[in-house]
Design a protein around this ligand. Structure first.
Ligand SMILES: *Cc1c(COP(=O)(O)O)cnc(C)c1O
Length: 458
């Protein structure tokens, strides 16, 4: 299988090439040139299998990897999860289910992709006999998921920059308590934008980039999307697919998670609707409703992982909706730099055939946490609450599955404000606040960062 760029100007690559490249050289995102399908019988045969076996059957055709090797990497990726089902479903109401994606090591769904990508990178580097340096900036969740995924792996060094004093205590401790020497938490004297700017500057310094084999694992990486396709299958099959179709509501920011749902649907999984749930940073909801994709400023919310202005993976949805026309997508992305664009009527029809959308205000999000706790005892994180609120407005004939993207204990202040009770960390990480921390304070200075990284990997 080959991967092509959404902007049509970069060379096609195989799975490993697309994974190691991340972004295509023309600035586009990689998508498979054809999407493999599964027959009804093949989907039905997933019922009763372990998460790992489902993952192997769903992902293997996209990778070209041998079943033995991929199966091993999948086993290792999910061995550290705190629930045997990996992604269990719980029932919220007569036809409403919650897909708990927060049983990984950092308590958010990003672990599903990061843990696997860690294994895939390590394997690729071992076979190539090369080393890589991963550098990333985080406002909290992605960085801790990356450090958990890469800790202790061979041939990979991982540096994560976070804004000093501006991530939550849980998030910081998840980055500063791993003891393995190949992961490095760097507390930058600045804000998240400074962290991102520093990383970008390092990538744009080609001499440095080549000298340390700099690599990113950000949310546009195709391998991350692929890993997320699996739980759409496991959840749908456990509710009766392929005989019965289901719908999903996905708390959405960069559109990676919900695009994975689109891939599952394209593979033949009977999904009625994929509902985009946004907080008040609602560019995607406005786009689905009006056809106008216009940037507005970002306003901070209690669901910070969805506070976006540019939703990077939406480019993949546009590419599909425009009939895989890379030139059209290139032009839209140029217009987006100037503030926004109008989606063509044909593409809007294609998008609305797959996606519905809704938004939740801050008050509605808090009220949903409170009401769901009172009615069912289930404690939702704020991102999940956005999803539940929007799901309730989009019920149809088929069962609705809302993705629970993080554990409530990751956002204890917002949850406590809504319910009056502070959600405890799961028992397996209850000692997080007793573990010693290890981090390096760094100035907001690219040259300083570059010499620190070179020194550490020498
Ligand atoms: C990253 C994240 C999201 C948004 O997911 P996308 O794939 O960027 O749309 C939602 N909730 C939580 C808790 C997250 O960490």
């Amino acid at each position: 299988m080959q991967y092509i760029s959404t902007r049509g100007q970069a060379p096609a690559l195989n799975f490993e090439g697309a994974m190691l490249a991340g972004l295509a050289r023309d600035g586009g995102l990689y998508v498979p040139d054809t999407i493999p399908t599964m027959s009804q019988a093949e989907i039905a045969a997933l019922a009763g299998l372990s998460y790992e076996e489902i993952a192997l059957r769903v992902m293997q055709p996209f990778t070209g990897m041998g079943e033995g090797l991929l199966g091993d990497l999948i086993q290792r990726a999910y061995a550290g999860f705190g629930h045997d089902a990996r992604a269990p479903l719980v029932q919220l109401g007569p036809n409403h289910f919650l897909l708990e994606l927060f049983h990984g090591p950092t308590l958010a769904f990003k672990d599903f992709a990061m843990q696997l990508i860690g294994q895939l990178f390590q394997d690729a580097m071992k076979r190539k006999g090369e080393r890589i340096t991963i550098v990333g900036a985080t406002s909290g969740d992605t960085g801790s998921a990356a450090m958990e995924a890469f800790r202790g792996l061979d041939n990979v060094e991982c540096f994560i920059l976070f804004p000093q004093g501006r991530v939550s205590d849980v998030q910081r401790r998840q980055m500063t308590t791993p003891i393995e020497a190949n992961v490095h938490a760097l507390a930058l004297d600045g804000d998240f934008d400074d962290c991102q700017a520093a990383v970008k500057a390092m990538f744009n310094d080609h001499g440095f980039r080549d000298a340390v084999s700099l690599t990113a694992v950000n949310s546009i990486n195709w391998a991350r999307v692929l890993a997320q396709v699996v739980y759409f299958f496991s959840a749908a099959v456990s509710l009766g697919a392929p005989k019965r179709s289901v719908s999903f509501t996905v708390p959405t920011g960069n559109f990676g998670d919900i695009f994975a749902g689109y891939i599952a649907r394209s593979m033949g999984l009977p999904i009625d609707k994929l509902v985009i749930a946004t907080n008040r940073n609602d560019i995607l909801h406005r786009t689905i409703q009006s056809g106008a994709h216009r940037k507005e400023g970002v306003s901070p919310t209690i669901s910070p992982s969805m506070d976006i202005q540019v939703s990077s993976n939406f480019e993949r949805a546009l590419f599909m909706a425009y009939g895989r026309d890379g030139n059209a997508v290139s032009q839209l992305m140029d217009e987006l730099r100037g503030g926004g664009f109008d989606v063509s009527q044909g593409a809007m029809e294609a998008l609305r055939e797959t996606y519905a959308s809704g938004r939740a205000s801050e008050e509605e999000t808090a009220a949903t946490i409170r009401a769901m706790h009172a009615r069912t005892g289930e404690v939702l994180c704020p991102h999940t609450a956005v999803g539940v609120k929007v799901a309730e407005e989009n019920f149809g004939d088929s069962p609705m599955i809302t993705l629970a993207t993080a554990h409530p204990a990751k956002f204890p202040d917002a949850v406590e404000a809504a319910t009056g009770a502070r959600p405890p960390l799961p028992a397996r990480m209850a000692d997080l606040f007793d573990r010693p921390e290890r981090m390096t304070d760094v100035p907001n200075d690219v040259a300083h960062l570059q010499s620190l990284i070179k020194e550490r990997i020498a």
